[in-house]
Write a protein that binds this ligand. Structure first.
Ligand SMILES: *[C@@H]1O[C@H](CO)[C@@H](O)[C@H](O)[C@H]1NC(C)=O
Ligand SMILES: *[C@@H]1O[C@H](CO)[C@@H](O)[C@H](O)[C@H]1NC(C)=O
Ligand SMILES: *[C@@H]1O[C@H](CO)[C@@H](O)[C@H](O)[C@H]1NC(C)=O
Ligand SMILES: *[C@@H]1O[C@H](CO)[C@@H](O)[C@H](O)[C@H]1NC(C)=O
Length: 474
């Protein structure tokens, strides 16, 4: 009974509890329904509203964004700053450390290579090189600037492909100075997949030049194919920008000896092949009696720095050559020779004897280790400065043996002996005399040395040397 009561009371309590739970659940359900209802009807409205406003904001932003780009591009276009190509602040150092050409820009330096500038590159922050002006008398009237391809200055003309920009303090028509100016491009190309330029731009100081000398141009043609010199002739003050450009403005000064030899080796080989000359077996040439052939060439000039008496000089060399079995003398007028004739004559020369002058640059086409003899008029030794040693340098750079020079001691005296410049100008274009005793002894010594080297190394063959120029195969 007690137990029953307890059970009953327990059941009654349970019933009460169930009721409370039911009410609570109902209440919460109702609350949930209301909340859900609220969410159902109000939140989609809120979401769509915020989504719509966001799209609107984005489109406003986009509109503004493209406006901003347009505005910034216009600003960039207008902020392209052209500076004078020739900077007179560096006039005094134009031939030494600094250059007054594109003075605000630093060169890229690599060990044993000529300094250069390349555009576009990291150093230019991806900007292209642009030029404006085509003055041929005043380099300060021509100018340069850097600009991003997307924001080139108004009316700029984009010149596609690779451009070689060659600067020289001297002259692109002279064989020696021209070669010094353009040789670094040959080396650069050897290092860069033998790239060839679409065009060349030439500057002397900041002044535009429209041509290189025909010898230089043909030499470049042997390696790069057609040479086009840009004249900027589509309007006077139009900016021209280059898709890619290499600028050389220091000649070969920082190029290592090995790299100079490689560069000239390639040019020698290219020129010979361009002119259809096959030097194979040349180093082994012997005459019918088995003596090695020694080819001695007198490379003559006309006018300034020619021999006063070419007949006598020819006779001296002829006599010395005749004393050595196998020696053959050729006398040629350098001014009469076409480019390929020059290549041919020098390819077939072991010893070149010539008055000082640009024609001696042709020594480049001789086999390595060939000999050079040079003659100067009176007054050069005392007044010409280091420039007179150009062909000593050329011999070193191209792998030849400079066998010394003769400076004529005889001639008119300079009227103002203290003034080296005046004296140099006085003697510059003088003619070269001779000293029979000296020339004969000298010629004998050099011919003998060459003979010995040919007997010593009879198998030294130019064809073998050629295989060394692997880069940009020839
Ligand atoms: C660019 O945005 C600003 C504010 O963000 C606004 O006042 C202006 O009207 C917008 N301009 C355009 C062209 O959309
Ligand atoms: C060029 O080099 C000099 C000296 O190293 C340096 O002071 C200058 O900031 C450089 N200029 C540029 C444009 O890099
Ligand atoms: C060259 O020298 C020879 C021998 O000394 C002489 O006979 C000849 O007249 C000279 N020629 C010239 C052009 O001076
Ligand atoms: C010519 O050369 C010889 C040999 O070097 C020398 O002894 C002589 O003094 C020179 N003659 C002249 C006139 O310079």
């Amino acid at each position: 009974m007690k137990m029953e009561h307890h059970l009953k009371s327990c059941t009654r309590n349970k019933n009460k509890l169930l009721t409370i739970i039911f009410i609570t659940i109902s209440f919460f359900t109702l609350f949930l329904v209301v909340v859900l209802f609220h969410i159902q009807y109000s939140s989609p409205f809120d979401f769509s509203l915020s989504a719509r406003s966001q799209t609107r904001r984005a489109s406003l932003f986009q509109e503004n964004y493209s406006n901003v780009i347009e505005m910034m591009t216009a600003k960039l276009k207008h902020s392209v700053t052209f500076l004078p190509l020739q900077d007179f602040r560096f006039r005094e150092t134009a031939t030494t450390g600094h250059t007054w050409f594109m003075s605000s820009l630093n060169d890229t330096r690599e060990e044993n290579e000529a300094e250069y500038l390349y555009f576009p590159a990291k150093a230019s922050k991806g900007r292209l090189l642009c030029f404006k002006g085509r003055d041929m008398k005043d380099g300060t009237k021509n100018s340069y600037a850097l600009a991003w391809r997307e924001s080139l200055p108004d009316s700029a003309i984009l010149l596609e492909g690779l451009t070689f920009v060659s600067y020289t303090y001297y002259d692109h028509t002279n064989l020696w100075h021209g070669l010094c100016a353009v040789a670094p491009f040959v080396r650069w190309s050897m290092k860069n997949e033998c790239l060839k330029p679409e065009r060349w731009v030439l500057f002397h100081w900041g002044e535009l030049r429209l041509r290189m000398g025909s010898w230089i141009q043909q030499l470049m043609q042997t390696n790069f194919g057609e040479v086009k010199v840009e004249g900027f002739d589509r309007g006077d003050n139009v900016p021209y920008c280059f898709e890619r450009a290499v600028v050389m403005r220091h000649e070969m000064s920082q190029m290592g000896q090995e790299n100079k030899l490689k560069t000239f080796e390639l040019l020698r080989c290219k020129a010979r092949s361009y002119c259809g000359i096959n030097p194979a077996g040349k180093g082994r040439e012997i005459n019918e009696r088995g003596f090695p052939i020694i080819r001695l060439t007198l490379l003559m000039r006309r006018g300034s720095r020619s021999f006063k008496n070419a007949t006598v000089v020819t006779d001296i060399f002829s006599k010395e050559c005749a004393r050595v079995e196998g020696c053959i003398l050729h006398v040629v007028q350098s001014d009469d020779l076409s480019f390929c004739d020059q290549v041919k004559v020098l390819t077939n020369t072991d010893i070149v004897a010539s008055p000082h002058g640009a024609q001696l640059t042709n020594m480049l086409f001789m086999d390595r280790e060939s000999s050079v003899m040079e003659f100067f008029p009176k007054g050069w030794l005392e007044n010409a400065g280091v420039g007179q040693y150009a062909h000593h340098w050329m011999a070193d750079q191209s792998g030849m043996k400079h066998q010394g020079a003769w400076w004529d001691p005889i001639g008119k005296d300079c009227p103002s002996p203290q003034d080296h410049l005046q004296c140099f100008l006085f003697h510059k274009d003088g003619m070269v005399g001779h000293n029979e005793t000296y020339f004969a002894e000298w010629a004998r010594r050099v011919i003998d040395q060459v003979r010995l080297s040919k007997v010593g190394q009879p198998s030294e063959d130019q064809a073998k040397q050629q295989h060394d120029s692997k880069a940009c195969t020839c």
